[in-house]
Design a protein around this ligand. Structure first.
Ligand code: SF4
Length: 312
């Protein structure tokens, strides 16, 4: 008899996945939009937001140096108010101003609002979101697939080969992993990306700075970035969320640490603020800081286009 998988914090441990061959993918939302951040800004893309993260990033937007607590204060209030029990769908959840802007993808209290689907069902869902029910359109343009989170390179990566090799995914040309760059690739998955994948892979690496509330030791992992860089046919860039020059000094140190490990790739600065109100406060300042340092600037285009909304 196969043991049931052990779900730690709502997502499976690597060991649990190893023991359970026919797992379902747990994800909080999938939607069609334009990529709002990073190297592919403006590209029509389907986003698949996997459930679970090894981080909490609860301090974004809160006073610098705030002590780490179990919950971001806004999320704690939502939980105390039983919002996770009274809200019927993920899309109806309130947005927050501080902490992780996809809080419902990371806190176990919200796991009943997410989906648990077989790869067949996931493929059906993803393709139903594309304009023509396929990845490469009749006019020759292709829709990108963005694996985001949560942290998409948790143990879910065990399911990705099955996802990408599904017969209805054959015309997929571009896949981006939006990762916090703390999770090594499984050997089998790395081998797949290096030798068998028919699409172009991009690692959009967003290591978290201290302003997030996560520690340098936990968040800045040059050996993990080097692991992604070893997929030589993949593209890779760094995208740091910053609010001011103090954060940019930390970016400098992180970039130095990555370069010391042989990792040279484009570096983007992205303004803090998952909601219009916070974003507008930092956007100009961050653009100026990026120009001064020769870093690239990335907007959060989806916020300018669609405002505060899930599914964008
Ligand atoms: S790494 Fe990303 S998904 Fe995870 S807690 Fe931080 S902001 Fe949220």
């Amino acid at each position: 008899m196969i043991e049931a998988p052990v779900f730690e914090k709502g997502y499976p441990s690597h060991d649990a996945v190893n023991r359970k061959p026919a797992m379902k993918l747990r994800y909080s939302e999938a939607f069609y939009s334009v990529q709002g951040e990073g190297a592919y800004v403006g590209v029509p893309s389907v986003f698949l937001r996997t459930y679970g993260c090894n981080f909490r990033c609860q301090n974004f937007g809160l006073p610098r140096g705030r002590e780490k607590t179990r919950y971001n204060p806004e999320v704690e209030k939502l939980i105390n108010d039983k919002v996770h029990e009274t809200t019927k769908t993920f899309e109806d959840l309130p947005l927050v101003f501080t902490g992780c802007d996809t809080y419902a993808s990371i806190y176990p209290e919200f796991k009943d609002l997410v989906m648990d689907k077989t790869i067949d069902e996931v493929v059906d869902h993803l393709l139903s979101l594309t304009p023509e029910g396929k990845w490469t359109m009749d006019n020759g343009q292709d829709v990108h697939l963005i694996l985001t989170g949560g942290e998409p390179l948790l143990a879910w990566q065990r399911l990705y080969i099955e996802l990408f090799e599904h017969p209805r995914m054959k015309d997929l040309r571009n896949v981006t992993f939006e990762t916090n760059t703390t999770q090594f690739l499984h050997t089998e998955f790395a081998d797949y990306l290096k030798n068998r994948a028919r699409f172009k892979t991009t690692f959009s690496c967003s290591p978290k700075l201290s302003v997030s509330g996560e520690s340098w030791t936990d968040a800045i992992k040059p050996d993990v970035a080097a692991n992604y860089r070893s997929v030589l046919n993949a593209d890779m860039y760094f995208k740091f969320v910053v609010a001011d020059s103090i954060d940019v000094e930390e970016v400098d140190r992180a970039v130095e640490a990555y370069r010391a490990n042989g990792i040279n790739c484009p570096v983007y600065l992205m303004p803090m603020g998952g909601r219009t109100e916070g974003y507008n406060l930092t956007v100009q300042e961050v653009a100026k800081l990026a120009m001064a340092k020769g870093y690239r600037f990335t907007p959060r285009l989806h916020i300018s286009l669609f405002g505060n909304a899930w599914g964008t």
